[in-house]
Design a protein around this ligand. Structure first.
Ligand code: CTP
Length: 407
């Protein structure tokens, strides 16, 4: 028999939503295991869930009242909204059905569970359970992806015999995997508490005249994913961002800049007290030596653009870093990617560098997914497989935290 270490959730408060599927009976076992691990568990059941298992079962297993009704008399609504969402460490949706996932993806809040998920800024972990075909349906897959991109964490559904008689993916993940994922989520949620994280993000623009500039296709998505993840882990996050159409998450301070020199100045201003700096911006290395106040007219003849170098922001951060500050950079390369990235790691005295390949036409820029390799020290290396940038951001912060702990 495989040895599985006991789970420890002592001192943790969890809000656990139970959805309406046959897996609801298995969720009872999960709730019992959570309580045995020491967690204070508060259960919300959807109407459909109550058709499979009674609230009494969950009340007995959690030793707390079960919340079912958003508009009921008395305490449920108030407790769930005002009290529980605030004091919970994480929200766990167990046996999430295709229907609940769709509601969560679209921000529909028509029952107590979906309302609480919408109302929380705490980590949300989902263990889905449904028939294989419903799981495979493109609508469900898109909803899963949307939620994942927003930072919702998923415990992979298991595969095996399903209640509908089919065999395939869609079973509720096993209890051990669910508890391990919850432990990870609550540990992460506090790990950057009290620390300041400074991130550069997006492109910069270097204007030639009022209507033209030099730039690159960076969307700022990777920087924002990192900001979201760092905030989710309790950090106080400032993003110095070049022009982007994306909206930063609540609680993240955004300093908007246009040029590399503005980005440099803003970074230097916010650097004091920073524990972790991440240079995710695609900074323009050069700017036009001359700027024309009026639109340059075409003359028929060719034109030479003279460029001068911009400051290297991350190199300056590295040289003037506050004591103990960890500096992580990115390297976007088209060829010999790891060798060139290692050169940047050394030249800029970075603690780690995240390298990704730029495909022809700027491939990695602006994409929803990313595939990176993290390099550190003389031969440290971790490959992060292609995944939504939110997932890559979590992997990067996991590695950064590990490197910081062993620094
Ligand atoms: N960077 C920076 N300031 C610059 C240029 C780059 O802070 N003026 C940072 C980027 O945010 C990234 C790292 O340096 O973290 C590497 O950026 P990259 O564009 O890959 O490399 P460069 O240093 O610009 O070198 P090259 O363009 O020659 O590859």
């Amino acid at each position: 028999m495989k040895f599985e270490p006991p789970h420890d959730l002592r001192g943790r408060t969890l809000l656990v939503g139970i959805c309406g599927g046959i897996a609801a009976y298995k969720c009872a076992g999960v709730v019992s295991a959570l309580r045995q691990a020491g967690a204070d568990v508060h259960v919300i059941m959807t109407d459909a869930a109550q058709r499979f298992v009674t609230p009494l079962t969950f009340q007995a297993l959690s030793n707390n009242p079960v919340h079912t009704d958003m508009f009921g008399e008395g305490t449920a609504w108030e407790i769930a909204h005002i009290g529980l969402v605030r004091k919970t460490d994480a929200l766990v949706v167990l046996g999430a059905t295709a229907n609940t996932l769709a509601k969560l993806a679209y921000g529909i809040a028509d029952n107590l569970l979906t309302t609480c998920v919408l109302a929380t800024r705490k980590p949300v972990l989902v263990a889905a359970a449904m028939n294989t075909q419903m799981l495979d349906a493109s609508a469900t897959q898109e909803n899963l992806r949307t939620l994942q991109e927003r930072g919702v964490l998923f415990v992979e559904p298991g595969s095996g015999f399903l209640a509908c008689g089919e065999t395939g993916e869609g079973r509720l993940a096993n209890e051990h995997d669910i508890l391990s994922a919850i432990e990870l989520v609550v540990r992460r949620a506090h790990e950057l508490e009290g620390e300041r994280v400074l991130i550069t993000s997006g492109p910069t623009r270097e204007f030639i005249d009022p209507s033209r500039f030099l730039s690159n296709p960076s969307s700022g998505l990777m920087g924002l994913a990192l900001a979201t993840e760092a905030r989710g882990r309790g950090a106080q996050v400032t993003v110095v961002s070049g022009p982007t159409s994306l909206r930063a998450p609540a609680d993240v301070t955004v300093v908007s800049v246009t040029t590399a020199r503005e980005m440099h100045a803003a970074v230097m201003e916010h650097l004091p007290g920073t524990a972790l700096f991440i240079g995710a911006a695609a900074v323009a290395d050069f700017r036009p030596a001359e700027y024309s106040d009026t639109k340059i007219k075409k003359s028929g003849a060719g034109r030479t653009l003279v460029l001068e170098p911009n400051p290297d922001i991350i190199a300056d951060v590295s040289a003037h870093r506050p004591p103990g500050c960890f500096v992580a950079g990115f390297a976007a390369e088209t060829d010999e990617i790891e060798r060139r990235a290692r050169e940047k790691l050394t030249a800029k005295r970075l603690d780690c560098v995240v390298v990704n390949r730029i495909d022809i036409g700027g491939g990695a820029f602006g994409a929803r997914d990313n595939e990176v390799t993290i390099l550190w020290g003389s031969d440290g290396r971790e490959a992060v497989t292609r995944a939504p940038k939110s997932v890559v951001a979590a992997a990067l912060l996991d590695r950064i935290q590990q490197l910081r702990r062993h620094a």
